[in-house]
Design a protein around this ligand. Sequence first.
Ligand code: ADP
Ligand code: ADP
Length: 229
Amino acid sequence: QPSIVFDNVVFGYDPDRTILHGLSFEVSAGSRVAIVGPSGAGKSTIARLLFRFYDPLSGRILIDGQDIAQVTQASLRAVIGIVPQDSVLFNDTIGYNIAYGREGATAEDVAAAAKGASIADFIARLPQGLDTEVGERGLKLSGGEKQRVAIARTLVKNPPILLFDEATSALDTRTEQDILGTMRAVASHRTTLSIAHRLSTIADSDTILVLDQGRLAEQGSHADLLRRD
Ligand code: ADP
Ligand code: ADP
C-alpha cells in the first residue's frame, strides 16, 4: 500500500489569503489516519490538493514516495478512491450504480474488491439486492444504504488508498456507527484517510490530526487526545 506525505505544504486560493500554512503530516502505508477540525479549517482543501484540483504554492505532496506534481489527475483517481458525503446515484439499479466504478463489474467483482473485508457480510448487507432500482436520485434508499452503495462503487476499482470525505456526516448516529463498521472492514489492506468535523466519526483511527485554521493543532490517538483535554 502507498503512503501519503504532506511535506510543508503551503496553499491559498487567493494570493493574499493563505489557507494551509506549511502543513506536514504522514499517512504511513496501510494505516488509518483521520483529519478532524471545524468548518473552514482546510479539510476539503487537503482533499482537493490530493486530486490535484489545485497544486501547492510550495511544499510537496508525496504518494508512495512520488511527488504528485508529476502525476496526472487520472492516475490519482485510480489510486485514491473517494467516498464523499453525498454520493449522487444514477436512476438505475444498485448493481449498475456499483458497476459504474468499473465497466462490466459484477457482484463477484464487488466481492473480490472488498477482499480483506468481511466479504459475505458486506454483500449481504447491501440494500435489497443488486437488481433493486435505486429510484430517482436514490430516493428509495436510506442515507445509510446509499453510502453502502457508494462504498461498493469505490471498492470495485480496488484503490489502494481510500479517502472518506465526511462520509457519515449526513447520517444519524446509529446509521453512522453501522457505516463506520463497514468503513473499518474495507480499510484493511488499504491506506485510509478520513476527513470529518465530528470526532465520533474518526474515533477509531490509528492517528487523529486536529486541523485548525490550516495548521495542525494536535496529533495522536483518540485516547491520547482525550488524555490531553
Ligand atoms: P473545511 O473543509 O475544513 O470546512 P475548506 O478546506 O473547505 O475547509 O476551506 C478552508 C478555507 O478555504 C475556508 O476559509 C474557505 O472559505 C476557503 N475556501 C474554500 N474553498 C475556496 C475557494 N474555492 N476559493 C476561495 N476560498 C475557498
Ligand atoms: P472515474 O473512475 O470516473 O474517474 P472518479 O474517481 O473520478 O471516477 O469519481 C468517482 C466518484 O467520486 C464520482 O461520483 C465522482 O463524482 C466523485 N468524486 C471524485 N472526486 C471527488 C472529489 N474530490 N470530491 C467529491 N467527489 C468526488
